[in-house]
Write a protein that binds this ligand. Structure first.
Ligand SMILES: [Zn+2]
Length: 134
């Protein structure tokens, strides 16, 4: 029952639960002079300073999700990564303030045992599985 009152309540709770992350991302977006756009209940931000930072990541990223905010290098990259990043939005709604520590611990553990902390991370496996359904 995706449109039930209970389901709508869960969606609101997910926004509240993830809000510390979302507020942090909105502040970063403002500080970096990003351009904001609302797409299906998610704030998408892009701009040259955001692009410069994402390109410098150890695994250069087209986009990154923080709460209900996705920051991308360009509008086109936001379009291309939307399905993948929406999985991360759902993960933030489930994990709230524990998402970043859980993601980081999973990556650290995987790197420590000689695996790929990005591609083998369960959060990424779930997101890439959606990409593979295309
Ligand atoms: Zn991802």
């Amino acid at each position: 029952m995706p449109n039930s009152r209970f389901h709508r309540c869960l969606i609101v709770l997910g926004y509240l639960w993830a809000s510390p992350n979302s507020l942090l991302a909105l502040a970063i977006g403002l500080l970096l002079g990003g351009r904001f756009k609302m797409v299906d209940g998610v704030v998408e931000i892009h701009g040259k300073h955001i692009a410069r930072i994402l390109q410098r990541f150890p695994n250069p990223a087209a986009a990154i999700t923080i709460g209900h905010v996705v920051m991308g290098q360009t509008l086109r990259m936001l379009d291309q990564t939307r399905r993948h990043e929406r999985v991360h939005v759902q993960q933030y709604a489930r994990w709230g303030p524990f998402f970043l520590p859980a993601y980081t611990l999973a990556s650290g553990f995987l790197y420590a045992i000689g695996r790929d902390g990005y591609r083998d991370n369960p959060f990424e496996i779930e997101a890439f599985a959606v990409d593979d359904l295309r």
